[in-house]
Design a protein around this ligand. Structure first.
Ligand SMILES: Nc1ncnc2c1ncn2[C@@H]1O[C@H](COP(=O)(O)OP(=O)(O)OP(=O)(O)O)[C@@H](O)[C@H]1O
Ligand SMILES: [Mg+2]
Length: 248
């Protein structure tokens, strides 16, 4: 993916969620991972990249195309061309797994009923969820729900897939299921930008890791550089963060 974030600022009232951040991501990167303490700005930059939030200053371009935040129509088009998984579970509780996928395909992407069902079934099958297609979210485990939510995000064939803490509400086994699915997506060439608190996963699968703290990119690099053991415990923001999150 080619992503260029240029001097992006986002302010909510008194809070500077993002303070002029810039990131340049080159073609060879297929997974960019954002890590950092709570409140650091990870979800905010993800929402701006996905066109769900408008920056106060700065701009972004994705695969050579500037995102036009001024035009509602362009923004909608941009949103439709990417997939998004929000931080908390986001399936419609009163709809089956299948309906959860067909509904946005019909209403957001304008597909006919038959085509939407066909796409949704393929997407469920791809992730081994076909036997759950008629189940409601409450009949599915947290991991299964999250896989259905990813299947939904993937169904329209998004350019970029944004995953905001896809495993934050899951136990270790379900976390493993969802992380396996993300690796599988990467292996099929899907470009992904995700936030996570799973440092082992970030280290293993990310091509590039950005550390966001207090609305700033305080470090960015390849996982091997960023998760260098020599950093742990060192008196830098990243060093302190890593020694905190890897202590137990
Ligand atoms: N819609 C909003 N209105 C007001 N403040 C917001 C809004 N969204 C985010 N913020 C604030 O902006 C800052 C950055 O929030 P953000 O959600 O991006 O952090 P985060 O890094 O994703 O944290 P976490 O790891 O807890 O998910 C926080 O101080 C948060 O309270
Ligand atoms: Mg967040």
């Amino acid at each position: 993916m080619r992503v260029n974030i240029s001097n992006v600022t986002k302010v909510y009232g008194e809070i500077r969620a993002l303070s002029g951040i810039s990131i340049e991501i080159a073609e060879d990167v297929s997974i960019l991972t954002l890590i950092g303490p709570s409140g650091g700005g990870k979800s905010t930059i993800l929402r701006i990249l996905g066109g769900l939030e408008v920056p106060d200053e700065g701009g972004i371009s994705i695969n050579g195309r500037d995102v036009c935040f001024e035009s509602k129509e362009d923004l909608l088009k941009h949103r439709r061309s990417n997939g998004f998984l929000f931080q908390s579970f986001n399936l419609f509780p009163h709809k089956s797994a299948l309906e959860n996928i067909t509904l946005p395909l019909q209403t957001v992407h304008g597909l006919g009923r038959a085509e939407a069902i066909d796409k949704a079934e393929k997407s469920l099958k791809r992730f081994g969820l076909e036997s759950h297609s008629e189940k409601f979210p409450f009949e599915l485990s947290g991991g299964q729900q999250q896989r259905v939510a990813i299947a939904r995000a993937i169904a329209p064939g998004p350019g970029l897939l944004f995953l905001d803490e896809p495993t934050s509400a899951l136990d270790p086994e379900m976390t493993g299921e969802v992380l396996d699915l993300i690796v599988e997506l990467k292996n099929t060439g899907q470009d992904i930008i995700l936030t996570t608190h799973e440092m082992g996963f970030a280290r293993q699968v990310a091509d590039r890791v950005a550390f966001l703290d207090r609305g700033e990119i305080s470090s960015i690099g390849n996982p091997d550089e960023l998760f260098d053991e020599k950093l742990y415990g060192i008196d830098t923001r990243l060093g302190k963060f890593l020694s905190r999150v890897t202590r137990y």
